[in-house]
Design a protein around this ligand. Sequence first.
Ligand code: A3P
Length: 290
Amino acid sequence: DRVEYFRYKGISLPRYLVSEDMDAIRDFAIRDDDVFIITYPKSGTAWLQRIVSLLRFGGDVSKTDQKEQDELVPYFEQKCEESVPFRELPEAPSPRLIKSHLHMFLAPLQLKQGKGKVIYVARNPKDLAVSYYHFHFLCTTIKTPTSWEQFLQEFVSGEVCTGPWHNHVLGWWEQKDNPNVLFLKYEDLQKNTRKQVEKVAEFLQWPVTPEVIDKVVEQSTFQNMATNPNTNKVSGKEAKAGIFDSSKGTFFRKGVVGDWKSHFSDEQSQWFDNFYQEKLGPTGLHFDFE
Ligand code: A3P
C-alpha cells in the first residue's frame, strides 16, 4: 500500500494537504489567547492536549471530555479527510486550543511574531522513532513499514511524514526564549508531571489552585487516558474517520522512557547516536534516554 505524501518545501506532509492550505496556515490570524500545542508526532501531543484542556476547565473531567469530543481540540494542518479545520477555526470560541505538527518555518507568521502561545513538546528521538514505527501500522494515512531497519533509515533521512525530526525540534528550540514559547520534554513530564503541569499553568497565566493541579495530574495519567473512551483515540473520531485501524495497533502503546532498547541493535544505536550528536551537539539541546 504505497501512500503518497504531499511534498512541500522539502517536507513530506499528509497527502490531503495542498499548497493553498499551506498559504492559509502561514497567513492564519492568531488571537492573543490562542494556545498552540506543537510537536513532532509521537512526542506526547495527546498528553499535553489533555493537560491543557483539563487546566482550561479547572480539572472538571466531564466538561473536558465533552469538549475534547467536539471543537476544543480541533485539528490544524492534520485535518480529517472530510473537513478543513483551520478554515473552521475562525468561528471557534476563545481560547482556541490548536494542535499542530508544523515545522517552525511553516507555522503561521503571527505566531513567530509573538502573538498567541506555543507549547512545544520534544521527546528523545530513539523512543520517538520506536513509537512512530508502531504508529505507522495503526494509522492508515501513512506508509506501513516493511521492517524496523527500513523505517529507521527513512526516519533518519527525513523521508517519513513530517520530515526530518532534527529540523523540526531545532526550529522550535531556536524559539525557546521567546516569551510566547514554552519548550517541554516528554521525559521531564514522566519524571515529574506535577512540576510540568504547574509550568504550563504559569505560562498560560490561567489561575489554578493546588487542588486543580492535583486533578489534572490524576486525570492525565497514561492509565486514565488509555481507559477513558473519550481520550482513547482508537475508539474516538480518528477510528470513525478510518484514520486508525485498531486491529493493527494501539495509540496508548507503552508510554515509557527507554523502550528503544527493545528495538535498536547496538550497531543501529551507535549510528543513530552519531547522527544526532552531530545535529544536536552544538545546540545545547539534550535528552534523557532512560
Ligand atoms: P509510545 O508509543 O511510546 O507508548 P503523540 O500523542 O504525540 O502521538 O504521542 C504518543 C505517545 O505518547 C505514545 O508513546 C503514547 O503511549 C504516549 N502517551 C500518551 N499519553 C501519555 C500519558 N498520559 N503518559 C505517558 N505517555 C503517554
